[in-house]
Design a protein around this ligand. Sequence first.
Ligand SMILES: [Zn+2]
Length: 137
Amino acid sequence: MDDGDERPGLQDEDDCALCSQEPESADHLTEISVFAREAWFRVLAPLGLAQLALQQGTSITGWWLSSRARLRAQLRKGFDSLLILGAWCLWKERNRRVFDGISQTPVVVASMIEEEADKWSQAGYPSLAELWGWAMN
Ligand SMILES: [Zn+2]
């Protein structure tokens, strides 16, 4: 969690730009960071997939594989897309902090992930729509 030590643009070289608690790596940024975990929880819980967000992982790949294995086969493609999209949004948040000194909360990043998924669905990307359609039923 945020310790209130706000240092825009002055993060320690190797610290995670999202939580400042641990060394930064791709796996940490996109899945392990407390910031990433909260964002994922807020995206997955409304889909009825909160239990996936709460799984502990040591890498994004490990989390992805064990999570998708628990999903019904027809939802897996959508989940794959959501994972890539979410990781991309978390990476963009990291870059906003490092390069622009702008920080969003996990709640805001989660809504960015949802907006992006909605755009992809409306653009005719069927697997993501299936993931959301399933949650509506
Ligand atoms: Zn972190």
